[in-house]
Design a protein around this ligand. Structure first.
Ligand code: F6R
Length: 369
């Protein structure tokens, strides 16, 4: 059932173009309206939303971090992201005009379920983004948007992450549309960009051999750091999480701008630092900023592994290893920049002799708080 792959994870990584395409499928009607499944919330309910809270754990939390950038940018509604395990214990401010988005691949994560129940007690509306039909979290939500990536068997989440991102983009666009913040043609333009993503993800997957080679070379590193800005920041966190859980290595992700406030002291001769560079276009300032962050770490001896857009020449002089991904609008870039980090973590884990599908101490679905 692994279909010729060494692991379910390798198979699931390769399924990502199809999974993204399937999650997008059938989401818009002829007149350009977005349709979500099982939305038991009226457009009026959605127009009344004055705050969005995203709650999730682990990789799904990283989806939420990316979603915040997109949702605030498109809808102009304030959006907070919080770890589900922290959310309900700090008395968050919620009411009936708050939309709580619970993201969970399994639909059974106890921390996320408890956060959802807390939100409902406070009369907030709850929308679930979930991959498992009929699981507890969607059953207890007011609305559900299913990710259509098929069962994810490997413990480490890969294709679920990418499809959750797509689902969050769709929610953001839907909210923007019903509230009249974006016109149908603007929404249509983003949907057209989204529809190009499966092919771009495939392009990344087709170019992974040098990443695998590099990964084998990194297998003995003491620690690997990941830095990113804007949506590259949650991608850096996700890259570090994949490496921790699969390779059992010390790995940490940082917002690149925070480095100089402490973490840069960790950098030693040869420390691998993976740098996730945002789009070279549109966000020029951001690009300049991270280029200077990369220079800073390199000047302190780091071995820099840079994930950048094709044609981004500014970073090349500071990259010991340069991994190009296709040009993509900034907000959608995590759909391509995450993929090399998944492949790298899987390969390092394999080189270290670990079971990539069943990492030690972990379970696929965490049903205790
Ligand atoms: C990491 C991973 C976990 C899950 C987390 C939430 O690869 O798989 O961090 O993302 O346990 O699980 P779900 O999405 O099922 O609620």
């Amino acid at each position: 059932e692994k279909g010729g792959y060494d692991s379910f994870m390798a198979k699931e990584i390769d399924e990502q173009p199809q999974a993204v395409a399937d999650t997008l499928l059938g989401r818009h009607t002829e007149n350009g309206d977005l349709t979500l499944d099982e939305v038991r919330l009226t457009d009026q309910d959605l127009r009344d939303v004055d705050k969005v809270f995203i709650v999730a754990c682990g990789t799904s939390f990283h989806t939420g971090m990316v979603a915040k950038y997109a949702i605030e940018h498109w809808t102009r509604i304030p959006c907070e992201v919080e770890l589900a395990s922290e959310f309900r214990y700090r008395d968050p401010v919620l009411d009936r005009s708050t939309l709580v988005v619970a993201i969970s691949q399994s639909g059974e994560t106890m921390d996320t379920l408890m956060a959802l129940r807390h939100a409902k007690e406070q009369k907030a509306r709850v929308l679930a983004i979930c991959n498992t039909n009929g699981s507890t979290i969607p059953r207890e939500s007011d609305a559900v948007l299913y990710t259509h990536c098929g069962p994810e068997i490997a413990v480490a989440s890969t294709k679920a992450f990418l499809t959750q991102l797509v689902a969050c983009y769709l929610v953001g666009l839907h909210l923007a549309q019903v509230r009249g913040v974006m016109y149908a043609d603007e929404v249509g333009a983003v949907l057209a960009q989204l529809s190009e993503m499966p092919a771009k993800i495939q392009t990344v997957l087709d170019a992974m051999e040098p990443v695998r080679e590099l990964a084998r070379d990194l297998a003995d590193a003491k620690s690997v750091l990941f830095i990113g800005r804007h949506v590259g920041y949650p991608v850096a966190l996700e890259g570090a999480l994949k490496l921790k859980e699969l390779a059992y290595m010390h790995a940490e992700g940082f917002a690149a701008g925070e480095l100089k406030h402490g973490p840069i002291a960790l950098i030693d001769e040869g420390t691998p630092v993976v740098c996730v560079v945002p789009s070279a276009r549109g966000r020029g300032v951001l690009n300049d900023k991270i280029v200077s962050n990369i220079q800073e770490v390199r000047a302190r001896g780091a071995r820099t592994i840079v994930i950048a857009e094709e044609g981004d020449d500014a970073v090349a002089p500071y990259a010991d290893h340069l991994i190009y991904v296709p040009r993509t609008p900034t907000l959608l870039a995590p759909l391509v920049t995450t993929v090399p980090l998944q492949v790298m973590a899987g390969e390092i884990a394999t080189a270290r002799g670990n079971d990539v599908d069943q990492p030690r101490n972990l379970a696929k679905s965490v049903t205790v708080e």
